[in-house]
Design a protein around this ligand. Structure first.
Ligand SMILES: Nc1ncnc2c1ncn2[C@@H]1O[C@H](COP(=O)(O)OP(=O)(O)OP(=O)(O)O)[C@@H](O)[C@H]1O
Length: 607
């Protein structure tokens, strides 16, 4: 299909401007579905130049809403996989999108371009085995995203290495107790850390050093032993009191547990971050049971590097064998599920048969792993990708960028995003601020024409953006649209009801073409609006409202688009008290429509 992509481009280049514009306008006016369509037939010149840009280096694609950044990013993935297939088919392209809904939205474009050498993740699922969706308060997320957290994480891991230097008394079976004093403990800690190895990898050298010290103490206490040293070491190492001491003084660490400990234990937190602002400290502290947040994931990745794998031969091989086995069986099961229907017709007990077969299949895989590179990459935290594509990249924190560069040290990356849609914090965002330190040789291309939002709606949205960014660029839209945006002002108590009414109207307006309707509202209103969605769906099940209507927050709406959009705006405090991020979220919401917009605004006094 990439060949078809090439063909389409050539046709496009040869075709006359009028027929090209006609096809483009028809494409832009087409009702949208829940999935992104592909734009192979109508790619525009400025987009094409970016799609075909060089593979090497870090490319930033800056563009306002609807300028085709996502479309361009996906077509670039397909183009690169085709053009550099020898390199990328094996090394795989990693695509990072803002949330699961968004990945679902784009998921059908890649296969339709003929590519399966790509792994799709969100920042919350970057580390295999973790699915974080919880979020931190903005200040805590921003704090966790800064690079200067790295030394604190190092310190947090080190805090497990001989946690306190108070003397320890060892009570070996049938012998007088031995006292391990503070100086001795400091010595063995230094030996454990020798060579700067990862924490878990330091455990064997720590054990060795501690046993050496114990033999020395024993000699001092009881005179030289007649046994060989290696025999004495083996005896000591088996002593339960010594094993307990190994685990206490140098525990084998798991990255997720370290991050949980750090934010659940005030002492650990204070040691890692002395002089923390009290409000931020209160924000960071949470119970051990609290689910991991999206901002925790790059920290888990960092800590995983710092702790390394469990090197003890028995533990490591057992854990790895078990993990491999589970992955193999799960994969085999997946393969069987795909062909399972055949079995199901022949055998009523298809399920147990499949499980047995999955194990057999898994055994076969031990001999030869026949998973695709993408399937292997998605289970391997240490996989090095050939290229990384990030959508909504303006929300990438420095720590997330660090985790991405770890996965692609050549920095062959495409970051698409819009500095004006940055909402993670109230600070202004610049590409230079994100990239200069970690990927200093980045280059930038701009996309300038909005193919989604009609001009008359885009002008209204830009007015909102200019409240916080007076110099925001002049909007350019491929078409002006047919429907004037509507603004409805209501008293705060009526916001929910008025939004529901506007939704019903939007559904009616788009019913004929079966267009999509997006209702974008603050979290507090969503519950009642979801009820509207349910009752609308029940009322008009036959009209397919369930598929046409989406309800969510401005953050969830990022990257999405709908034929008609209803935006509910809660009462805002005085303009100067409204945060930058709030205005920008509103801007993002207002730029989602392809045809119609209704803003339902709560105002304290309707004048
Ligand atoms: N050349 C094109 N031909 C047809 N449709 C296009 C073209 N370029 C973009 N579009 C359409 O414009 C819409 C917006 O594109 P896209 O979602 O990629 O924009 P974006 O820059 O990622 O927007 P945002 O920043 O708001 O998320 C999509 O429906 C896309 O299919």
């Amino acid at each position: 299909m990439t060949a078809a992509y090439d063909e389409a481009l050539r046709v496009d280049e040869l075709g006359d401007a009028d027929s090209r514009d006609g096809a483009l306008m028809a494409a832009l006016d087409r009702p949208r579905t829940q999935h992104m369509g592909d734009i192979v037939g109508t790619i525009q010149r400025e987009q094409d130049a970016i799609i075909r840009g060089a593979l090497a280096g870090t490319l930033v694609v800056q563009g306002g809403p609807g300028t085709g950044k996502t479309a361009v990013a996906l077509h670039r993935a397909a183009y690169l996989l085709y053009e550099h297939r020898n390199r990328l088919a094996k090394s795989v392209v990693l695509i990072v999108g803002p949330n699961a809904r968004f990945l679902d939205y784009i998921s059908q474009v890649l296969p339709s371009l003929g590519e399966d050498s790509a792994v799709l993740v969100t920042p919350g699922t970057l580390v295999p085995g973790i699915r974080a969706t919880a979020t931190d308060a903005p200040a805590a997320a921003e704090f966790k995203g800064r690079l200067d957290i790295v030394p604190a994480l190092k310190q947090a891991v080190r805090a497990y290495e001989v946690p306190s230097e108070g003397a320890r008394v060892l009570h070996p079976a049938g012998m007088k107790p031995l006292t391990l004093d503070a100086a001795l403990l400091r010595r063995v800690r230094t030996r454990g850390r020798a060579g700067g190895v990862a924490h878990n990898r330091g455990r064997p050298q720590f054990e060795k050093a501690l046993l050496t010290e114990i033999l020395r103490l024993e000699d001092a206490e009881h005179g030289e032993s007649s046994m060989e040293d290696w025999e004495r070491r083996a005896d000591w190492a088996e002593d339960p009191a010594v094993q307990e001491l190994f685990d206490e003084l140098w525990p084998i660490l798991d990255a997720v547990e370290v991050v949980r400990d750090l934010f659940a234990d005030p002492q650990r937190l204070d040691r890692a971050f002395p002089r923390l602002d009290p409000a931020l400290r209160a924000n960071l502290l949470r119970s051990r049971e609290h689910p991991l947040t999206v901002a925790d994931v790059p920290l888990v990745d960092e800590v995983a590097e710092l702790v390394g794998e469990d090197p003890r031969p028995s533990a490591a091989s057992r854990a790895r064998a078990q993990a491999d086995r589970l992955t193999d069986v799960a994969y085999a099961q997946h393969v069987l599920d795909m062909v399972g229907d055949v079995d199901a017709h022949e055998d009523d007990e298809a399920a147990p048969v499949s499980i047995v077969a999955a194990e057999v299949l898994a055994d076969r895989q031990v001999l030869g792993d026949d998973r695709t590179p993408a399937e292997r990459a998605m289970h391997d935290r240490e996989w090095v990708y050939g290229h990384v594509i990030v959508d909504e990249a303006q929300e990438t924190s420095p720590m997330l960028l660090r985790a991405l560069i770890r996965r692609c040290p050549t920095r062959s990356m495409t970051l698409v995003g819009d500095e004006h849609q940055y909402t993670s914090t109230d600070a202004p965002f610049t590409w230079a601020g994100l990239l200069d330190e970690q990927a200093p040789r980045w280059r930038r291309e701009d996309l300038t024409v909005n193919y989604r939002t009609p001009g008359r709606i885009l002008r209204l949205a830009t007015g909102v953006l200019r409240r916080v960014e007076p110099d925001a660029p002049e909007p350019a839209s491929a078409r002006d649209g047919e429907h004037e945006p509507k603004v409805v002002r209501v008293a705060p108590a009526e916001l929910g009801e008025a939004t529901a009414r506007a939704t019903t109207e939007a559904l009616a307006d788009t019913a004929e073409a079966a267009g999509t309707v997006g209702v974008i509202a603050p979290l507090a209103l969503l519950g009642s609006l979801r009820e509207v969605r349910a009752s609308e769906a029940a009322r008009a099940a036959s009209e397919g409202v369930e598929e046409r209507l989406w309800v969510g927050t401005p953050d969830e709406a990022k990257g999405l688009e709908f034929d008609a959009v209803v935006v509910a705006v809660p009462p805002l405090p005085a303009p100067h008290a409204v945060s930058q991020a709030t205005w920008k979220r509103l801007y993002v919401a207002l730029t989602r429509p392809t045809q119609r917009l209704t803003v339902v605004e709560a105002v304290d006094a309707i004048g």
